[in-house]
Design a binder for this molecule. Structure first.
Ligand code: BTX
Length: 327
């Protein structure tokens, strides 16, 4: 950890109060004038720091600009995001992450872009990723779980995003199976999990996270305007993306460790508490017919569970659900 990172950490841990130059000096074993020089450097990076004589320093504002440094400063994780690659523009952070992962990138490496020119959704769909409006990020993991359980990581990620939106931003998110985060029934975030695996062993997983953050309604592409939203549209204010990324990484690390420790049940329960239309009736199309069923929750393998009128509970695997239909 660099001295600047340590200073940021100290200042961040006392967000509402001042921390004196003397205290920083004692804790980090550097001179007062060295501290002052570091503070000047931080200000160049966009931190607004107040220094009051006889009281000390306090961060008034963190830089809005996302960069490797700004994300790393004050990031309280143990392993996630220890290596961060930031690009102003790229085709897709998934591409970069796959390249890095095949070249031995560490578990917990994070790739972030200000803009993606070929952002990917699932099933070769496109993901709009306009410049500086949202979080476009990929996380490389090397989990020691069997490949067939990888869908659990998508569900885990969805609970992480929902938790951050609920606990940190005081919003009321819903997770629409399998991987959409909704605010007021509109999509604000999507997750794409890709995996490189052998028969019984995962080499690596890349989890792509897209969140519309500071879009105005007009910043959303025309064909998604009726079904998509952003944090700004929902809250009326702009959000600091650096802080948001840090919160996501922190919650992710904790949730992932919980998952390895205690298994999927913790995730399942949380997912279901956020689940969109869980407990409600919807129609499910199969090859043969359309039937009404109550969505009851999710299974261990990530499938959605539906209880039919005859009482049987079955797994639903793909886009067979008519979310809005009342037939
Ligand atoms: P998905 O297939 O569930 O959603 C894609 C669909 O969502 C599109 O067909 C379109 O209708 C709609 N859509 C496209 N862009 C947006 C948007 N910005 N907001 C709301 N709706 C949209 C979801 O796939 C997975 C998305 C993962 C995105 C991340 S970003 C970082 C990483 N890099 C990358 O290329 N993809 C992932």
């Amino acid at each position: 950890e660099s001295t600047r990172a340590k200073i940021i950490n100290l200042l961040s841990s006392n967000q509402d109060s001042y921390i004196s130059g003397q205290e920083i000096s004692n804790q980090l074993q550097i001179s007062r004038s060295a501290i002052w020089k570091h503070i000047k450097e931080l200000e160049k990076d966009g931190y607004v720091i107040e220094g009051i004589r006889n009281r000390g320093y306090r961060i008034l504002q963190s830089p809005n600009k996302v960069s490797e440094n700004t994300v790393q400063w004050g990031l309280n994780t143990n392993w996630l995001g220890k290596s961060i690659i930031h690009k102003e523009s790229t085709t897709s952070t998934q591409h970069i992450a796959h390249d890095l992962a095949t070249n031995h990138a560490d578990h917990g490496t994070v790739v972030i872009a200000d803009e993606q020119t070929a952002g990917k959704g699932r099933l070769s769909r496109a993901w709009y990723s306009s410049k500086n409006k949202g979080i476009w990020m990929s996380i490389i993991l090397r989990p020691s779980i069997p490949p067939y359980l990888a869908p659990q990581l998508t569900l885990l990620t969805a609970t992480v995003l929902a938790d951050v939106l609920k606990k940190e931003l005081k919003l009321n998110p819903k997770i629409k199976w399998p991987n959409d985060i909704l605010l007021q029934d509109k999509k604000t975030s999507g997750i794409l999990t890709e995996m490189q695996a052998e028969q019984d062993r995962i080499q690596y997983v890349v989890i792509g996270i897209g969140i519309n953050v500071n879009h105005e309604p007009d910043d959303l592409a025309e064909d998604i305007q009726s079904k998509a939203t952003s944090l700004k549209i929902e809250t009326g204010k702009s959000w600091n993306m650096t802080e948001l990324i840090q919160q996501i990484l922190l919650y992710f690390e904790k949730t992932y460790e919980d998952f390895l420790d205690k298994g999927f049940s913790v995730i399942k329960e949380k997912w279901e508490s956020y689940g969109y239309r869980i407990g409600e009736v919807t129609s499910i199309k199969t090859f043969h017919d359309v039937q009404r069923a109550v969505l009851t929750g999710i299974a261990e393998d990530g499938a959605l569970l539906a209880k039919y009128e005859d009482g049987t509970i079955k797994k639903v695997y793909s886009g067979e659900i008519d979310w809005f239909g009342n037939t």
